[in-house]
Design a protein around this ligand. Structure first.
Ligand code: COA
Length: 405
């Protein structure tokens, strides 16, 4: 039940009596033609196409075309996009050489964020030092992101990176570049569907960050670097690695409920559960659920069974403690067993999210720039009232602040 206190916590009154919302919940800050999230109905569309239709029928490249260019590609247009992606997949040798010098224990998202930012130095410069923000740059970024993730995956294992093959799809290429083996059709299709499902989600936090950066007229490389950085936290793209950790820790479906109860008693959140927009199960979860089940059955792995038991337990237990919140599984929950079954380590899951969302981010940046206005909100001042500056010699001596480190 929402009380005056919970409302005040969520929407504290500012000094001047202004109502502020710390999380911008329910605040409309822009218009987009890219994707539409209808939270209470559990519906998601890209350019009007239902996510269920896309998951079953679209390739990732078709989803990229749809987001970047506004409609379904013809055969010729799709072929042209595939050729352009293939021509852009290889990384500048200097980026690969830099990766070779990084500590092998470096976290994959740190490497990805830095490498994405570094790509700007190999892009053509405009007179003012910025780089062109156009579909060509967008395609280059979409093409190179999976290559960075696969290259770091190998480099940190002490292996030589494998070059992409021009005739393979984005999904097949990624799996091939990790292992050097051609993926089986089921694995390629599973990763492809994952990439389609995650490609856009309206003004998600990382997309908003990209649009804020672009609105200052920073270029596409700067803007996607903001997006990758914002994706990292576990309230956004950082959740699935922690879902996998939970699945591995639980180990057996029978332990699921006790695990959920103990985690909540410690004040922790159950990763992969809950969503700011969806008030029902995330529509993307059903496809990932089905894929996790199929991949689990094919490999005899138990991750799916444990995940299923955890979802059921979390829904049950959270309904007891938060009856009004309607907390259900989000896209990250079944992402974990799907990607793990494809052999991808848990600490690379957020990077996989970035491989997909790069399509949405770049399309949003171009949409922002096509009708730009600086995004610059206000805050209500909540600090001390005006006070006179005291010269150093007249300040009273006090105890030294305790060092935090
Ligand atoms: N586990 C436990 N409690 C949860 C929860 C979860 N997964 N998700 C929400 N809640 C609880 C919060 O603790 C909060 O309780 P309180 O009112 O007593 O403080 C209440 O529900 C509302 O949470 P709030 O963070 O305001 O809701 P939100 O709509 O902004 O939350 C998320 C959205 C995604 C941040 C949140 O559901 C969450 O933290 N999920 C886990 C992380 C995750 O899966 N991230 C990936 C998102 S796609």
């Amino acid at each position: 039940m929402e009380t005056a206190l919970t409302v005040a916590k969520r929407r504290p009154m500012g000094f001047a009596g202004t109502v502020v919302d710390r999380g911008l919940e329910g605040i409309i800050v822009g218009v987009t033609a890219l994707s539409n999230v209808e939270g209470s109905a559990g519906r998601l569309t890209y350019r009007g196409f239902d996510i269920h239709d896309l998951a079953e029928n679209a390739s990732f490249e078709e989803a990229c075309y749809l987001l970047l260019f506004g409609g379904q590609p013809s055969k010729h247009e799709l072929c042209d996009l595939n050729v352009r992606l293939a021509a852009n997949r290889k990384l500048p040798p200097a980026i690969l050489a830099w990766m070779e010098t990084m500590p092998k224990g470096a976290w994959p998202m740190d490497v990805l964020r830095t490498a994405i930012s570094g790509l700007a130095m190999f892009a053509p410069n405009l007179e003012d030092g910025a780089h062109p923000s156009n579909p060509r740059s967008a395609i280059g970024l979409i093409a190179k992101t999976p290559t960075i993730v696969a290259a770091w995956d190998r480099i940190r294992r002490g292996l030589r990176p494998i070059e992409p093959l021009p005739h393979l799809s984005t999904a097949a290429n990624f799996l091939y570049m990790r292992t050097g083996k051609m993926p089986i059709a089921e694995a390629e299709r599973a990763l492809e569907t994952y990439l389609v499902l995650l490609a856009d989600h309206s003004y998600s936090a990382s997309t908003f960050a990209a649009r804020v950066t672009a609105s200052t007229r920073a270029d596409i490389f700067a803007s996607v670097t903001s997006a990758v950085a914002t994706l990292e936290g576990d309230l956004h793209g950082g959740a699935p690695g922690k879902v996998m950790k939970m699945i591995l820790e639980v180990g057996k479906p029978e332990r699921a409920e006790a695990h959920v109860r103990q985690a909540l008693a410690r004040g922790e959140r159950i990763m992969g559960m809950g969503h700011r927009e969806y008030k029902v199960r995330d529509p993307r979860a059903q496809h990932l659920d089905a894929m996790a089940k199929a991949l689990g059955e094919a490999s005899d792995a138990k991750w799916y069974t444990i995940a299923r038991a955890l979802e059921d337990a979390a829904i049950r237990v959270l309904a007891e403690s938060k009856p009004d919140k309607k907390i259900a599984a989000n896209v990250e929950f079944y992402t974990a067993p799907v990607l793990f079954s494809l052999g991808i380590p848990a600490d690379e899951f957020t990077c996989m999210f970035a491989c997909s969302r790069m399509a949405g981010w770049t399309a949003h940046i171009l949409e922002q720039l096509a009708d730009n206005r600086l995004i610059r909100p206000q805050a209500t001042y909540g600090g001390p009232p005006p006070v006179a500056w005291v010269p150093l010699e007249r300040r009273r001596a006090g105890p030294l602040p305790a060092s935090e480190n």
